[in-house]
Design a protein around this ligand. Sequence first.
Ligand SMILES: *[C@@H]1O[C@H](CO)[C@@H](O)[C@H](O)[C@H]1NC(C)=O
Ligand SMILES: *[C@@H]1O[C@H](CO)[C@@H](O)[C@H](O)[C@H]1NC(C)=O
Ligand SMILES: *[C@@H]1O[C@H](CO)[C@@H](O)[C@H](O)[C@H]1NC(C)=O
Length: 303
Amino acid sequence: MRLTSITHLCGGLLATVLARSAVAAPATSAEAALTERASTGRLVFAHFMIGIVSDRTSASDYDADMTRAKAMGIDAFALNIGTDPFTDEQLGYAYQSAANNGMKLFISFDFNWWHPANATDMGKKIAQYASKSAQLMYDNKAFVSTFTGDGLNVTIVRSSAGTPIFFVPNFHPGQSSLADLDGAFNWLGWPTNGNNKAPTSGANVTVESGDQTYVTDLAGKPYMAPASPWFFTHYGPEVSYSKNWIFPADLLWYDRWNELLALRPQFVEIVTWNDYGESHYVGPLNSPHYDDGASKWANDMQV
Ligand SMILES: *[C@@H]1O[C@H](CO)[C@@H](O)[C@H](O)[C@H]1NC(C)=O
Ligand SMILES: *[C@@H]1O[C@H](CO)[C@@H](O)[C@H](O)[C@H]1NC(C)=O
Ligand SMILES: *[C@@H]1O[C@H](CO)[C@@H](O)[C@H](O)[C@H]1NC(C)=O
């Protein structure tokens, strides 16, 4: 999408966020404005959790997500995958649906489940999907990303993929060299205390300071900047992924898009489209999924 039209996207998404129960098609005014876009090579993505829609049974189960995101000006979904047995079935549906609906996709390897020792397996997984028609190509290479993954041997990933890749992982400046990468993705779209908790006056890491760290370390390579409305999560010890925190956001969604218009990064990734359990989803809550009480709540509300 053209970066100057992000305000339209922002407006459309903001309306969605403010009216979570309004799951109709995006506002026609936003759609009309977006048809005027020209391509500048700058792209906007949204992070899409495959793991919480693993109960989908056909490509058409993905159609509403594809058409809605595309209408809002989102260029591609970053499909977050773990190592679950259902992954290939769901990726197959997603790539088919995207092909049917003119949407683009790429894989984002989640290193809560993948491991640097899996570099060869990652390459093979990339090879499985790189030639699909819905695969996002950038600079004639298959776009690939991650959630974390510091310590991964990128040379092995590239050689195992057997096809050129444009690799923009969520490596961290100071923990990994960004030299082997084509770009880097910063996940931290919220102000924090630098230790995964809310900021305090004494420990206050702003999103903009993260931008500056990445831009400096990337030394001219493309930066994939985060945009997120907020983040609240509370899972107890009953699950292996227990987590409990809130990052205060206030006007973050509005302020952040203004920052991005000034920064003009090559890529923006919205965090997220559908991670209901972390509350930072901008898509609708009505898709088939599980992993939280919210889905039951949404189903009850729609009776
Ligand atoms: C990742 O590597 C570990 C350790 O070698 C292995 O047990 C696991 O099966 C690998 N995972 C995948 C998805 O290949
Ligand atoms: C990555 O693996 C290649 C091939 O095995 C090796 O030559 C290279 O030194 C490794 N790179 C790092 C940073 O470990
Ligand atoms: C952190 O810094 C930002 C930017 O200066 C400021 O707006 C915000 O209020 C600060 N947060 C805290 C908790 O001090």
